[in-house]
Ligand binder design. Structure first.
Ligand SMILES: [Fe+2]
Length: 203
């Protein structure tokens, strides 16, 4: 059985990027609902013995949409909330978060620098039609930005890739604070990504 992971920061820590109200609804209501629904769906089934990633792949293979969707959303939301943190200090955006690490080197090689990297993330996330997730993954020393719909993720179709970052582009992630302005939400999110955490996932 799965438990709702607590937020790794206070609900007021991300304001004004994300308000306490948004985090309360998104974490305590939406995320919690996926956890409790998943638990009720897998109870007393062979799924109950598996890891979250195994559940996602098994449900995809068996076309069990309710379990796939709820397990996917549990994985995605846990990953998303752990990607975030308080705002970078003035001037940190170019230096501190990526300095001297393997992620910075790959950002340079793949995108030609931090600015184009962020532009690519914003473009992908704003162009991801409907509800879904924009992921940054690493495989064989290269970075890729991938768009997925609904509850889908690279866990299903790219098991050998390492997920580094995800952006929740469901409206419930930003509508209270940004209404329909997804682009502004994504731009603000990049200022509140815990890049040290993201860089630590590089293998
Ligand atoms: Fe969400």
């Amino acid at each position: 059985m799965f438990e709702l992971p607590p937020l790794p920061y206070e609900k007021t820590a991300l304001a004004p990027f994300l308000s306490e109200e948004t985090l309360t609804f998104h974490h305590d209501k939406h995320f919690n609902a996926y956890v409790t629904t998943l638990n009720s769906l897998i109870k007393d089934t062979p799924y109950a013995e598996l890891s979250l990633e195994e559940i996602i792949r098994k449900a995809a293979a068996e076309d069990n949409k309710p379990i796939f969707n709820n397990a996917g959303q549990v994985f995605n939301h846990d990953f998303y909330f752990k990607c975030l943190g308080p705002a970078h200090k003035e001037g940190e955006g170019d230096a501190c978060p990526l300095d001297g690490c393997a992620l910075k080197k790959m950002v340079g090689e793949t995108f030609g620098g931090r600015e184009k990297f962020w532009e690519s993330l914003v473009k992908a996330a704003t162009g991801n039609f409907g509800s879904g997730w924009t992921w940054l993954v690493q495989e064989n020393g290269k970075l890729e930005i991938l768009n997925y719909s609904n509850a889908d993720s690279p866990v299903r179709d790219r098991p050998s890739a390492t997920p580094l970052l995800c952006i929740d582009v469901w409206e419930h992630a930003y509508y209270i604070d940004y209404r329909n302005d997804r682009k502004k939400y994504v731009e603000q999110m990049l200022q509140h990504v815990n890049w040290v955490q993201v860089a630590s996932r590089v293998s």
